[in-house]
Design a protein around this ligand. Sequence first.
Ligand SMILES: [Zn+2]
Length: 287
Amino acid sequence: MQSKDQIGQSTKKQALTVDVEDYFHVSAFEGVIAQSDWPTLEFRVEKNTYRLLELFEKKQAKCTFFTLGWVAQRCPNLIKAIVEQGHELASHGFAHQRVTDMTPEQFRSDVSKSKQVLEEAAGQAIIGYRAPSFSFNDSNTWAYEILSEQGFEYSSSTYPIDHDLYGVPNWPRFKFQRPEGILEIPVPTVRKNNNNIGIGGGGYFRLYPYWLSKRRIDNYLNVEKQPYSFYFHPWEVDPRQPRVGGASVKSKLRHYLNLSRMEGKVIRLLEDYQWDTMKSVYLDRGI
Ligand SMILES: [Zn+2]
């Protein structure tokens, strides 16, 4: 039998997030696709995101869309649809560069350009930011100062796990206020054998069977009593996307693994929990 606490937690809302980028923007392919090639590649993110909007409407889920400025420039109507349907629009930067590869000046320029494009298309202020590939770490904490100066209020740019491409295993696991005035909301993890295991979505969610992901999420909610947040990408529900040649076997395995099963898993997740925006769940503010 569930305790009152467990029942209380399971009826609370969790935060649903989508990083709005296309299959050719991902960091795994940055070595084989140049930014100058992006306009020549088949653009699929618009159609895929409209499909997600339909799905969220059907399942009565609200979501935060961390959107690339590069995408918003190409489909302002999609941005309007996101906002009109009561979701939160937030920034994923302009050109999907890892913050670890940028100078403070480059970061300021990328982030302010994305904010401007998104705000123009949406007609409302953008307060949330997510760094490409969760690339905030000890080497670039100056980024918080710049986010604050640009009018952002929160960030979800850290993943406290040990991983070859990203991760800050020694950073906090739950939301915390940075001295620069930004609320940082890390991707959720569970503790196992003195390690943090990522349970926030993406590749892990595609790799593991749904029952295991659900068991870990339930464990997190019951033990930690913290809100849960989930992230995924429009290209993860697009098994027919063009295959990128020249990438490493590891990158291809990560990117293409279980794409055909992803949508079914996301639908189960939408049905098993109640979903709202980052702003509502973590800042307790409506849209
Ligand atoms: Zn991304």
